[in-house]
Design a protein around this ligand. Sequence first.
Ligand code: PRX
Length: 652
Amino acid sequence: METRTGIDTVSAEQAHHEPSEAYRSKSRVSSKADYERLYKESIEQPDSFWKREASQLTFRKPWTVTLEQNGPFAKWFTDAELNVTESCLDRHLGTDTENKTAIIWEGEGGANKTLTYRELHEQVTLFAAVLRDQGVTTGDRVAIYMGMVPEVVVAMLACARIGAPHSVIFGGFAADSLRGRINDCGAKVVLTQDAAPRRGKPVKLKQTVDEALQDAPSVEKVVVLQHYGPESECTLLEGRDVDWATAVEAADAKNGAAAVVGAEHPLFILYTSGSTGKPKGVLHTSAGYLVGAHVSTKYVFDIQEDDVYWCTADVGWITGHSYLVYGPLSNGMTCLMYEGAPNHPDWGRFWEIIDKHEVTILYTAPTAIRAFIRAGDEWVNKHDLSSLRLLGTVGEPINPEAWNWYYDKIGKKRCPIVDTWWQTETGSIMMTTLPGACAAKPGSTGLPFFGVAPDVVRSDGTSVADREGGLFILRRPWPSILRTVWGDDERYVRQYFTDVPGNVYVTGDGAHRDADGYFQVIGRIDDVLNVSGHRIGTAEVESSLVGHEAVAEAAAVGRPDDLKGQALVVFATLKPGFAKDDALKATLKAHVGKDIGKFAAPDEIRFADALPKTRSGKIMRRLLKDVAAGRDITGDTSTLEDASVIEQLRHG
Ligand code: PRX
């Protein structure tokens, strides 16, 4: 293996955006020195740090042991006892938060529903009783295959209430993927809904469940929420399927009491793609995950009592778990939940929602931001965004152009941006700049969150110099680290703890660190190319391209090349008014050559109207690699948003 990975050096220092004095004065952590002091305490005195920071949470039995480490396996707060939902719900009863809105739901068609903390508590308690009525007991797995409706939050918390680990499967997955996940975790019950709307059309979730369950022997019951109506063509199978509302009506809240479990009791399994075809069931447990989600939400979003917080992620992904459900609810926040697509009925939808509900914090993904840039500023300008005070991004590196647009056009240069780096496996945010404490640098995720010990290393484990690219690792466990891959400890160790010596967690990303200690994550290591011996981060090429006025979005991949090892192929979408012609291709190649170096100029550029993305908005790079190489598509394309883009890319 090579000793270095990623970009060799970083040339220009990036711009700094210091928080304003007005912002700082209201912040929880309001100076770099305060951040550093807390960070130091979190590393040097983790016992007292986590005790204090978790003190708002409800434990039936407090812990005396903070961390138990056995090689790559970590346990946190081991002797504590709790039920996670008591921190998210019960602890708010009898306080001012009891009648505060917990969830504001915005339907795709514009309908609204709200639930206070008391109402959410009632619904969760009743649904916990429903689960027990269906034979679910502590330790049984429950699969959840639903859209963005308040009931999905009720479902997750009801599982947690009885100690039944949930596995939420994103509603965009097809039957085969759903079946694979249900069978891998051996789910006893599936919770679903008739259909979810997607741009005005029904996504018939229940029908997909029926198909998946043709070969899923562990499943005994399916509880079905009627949400969409007759167009969903949903039928119930006698003996197996149960109507949600009827079951709730029949349930007795007395059976919904919280099951007290140990700190390391499994809370949920969430499947994520690995470097091989089979998805990994990432296991998170109770106390450590809760503490990680709670404390990071509090500090990273610097929450205030009257916030209306909107995380746009789907509950089917980790961001939806940690920053739509467990983090915000354990902090007593008001969370907005939107059911539909960002461009339905038009590209103004996000901005209309912010205006309507006076959203104060927006947490979204760079891919969405780039799509909005492409759609044009007129959609933004129609709405009043003055309620916003903080912006966040997650999921992929954000290119400085998108960062600047987000900062200027959405935050109106008033709102700090937190670029949060983390993973399904990390459970909570690992890297960012705390908004009132530290300057943000566009394109850089920033500094470690409390308890996190990042480094950039060669594959022999030695640290690289500042601005030198390498493997991004985390040197010590943190409370919400995944505990294992469900049913496969060996894969857990191999995947995360073998590439670099020293029992460190290998993130799979490449990064570099600047002289201020800020980390810039380049992307997955497998997205780092080697062209004629030059290391090129695809994210850097993409960032350069979208810095050109013609390009809306770009994805760079490697294609095997006899001469160069790998050739660099770029797929790009253009902004309105630019012609997809050879002259522009030449201009763009020269542009990248000038920006990064001639070695990084793309060998080939292909234009398309859209890039292939999963329904969660991630560009499907493996698919692009196949297209670039002229191969048949090998990977799973079931999450592709629009299958017709593949043909265009082949000929683009
Ligand atoms: O490559 C990193 C990228 O997303 C990966 C994790 O993906 P997932 O498990 O789906 O979780 C996404 C939501 C937490 C990482 O290995 N990534 C995530 N956030 C960032 C990022 N890359 C750069 N900057 C980020 N802020």
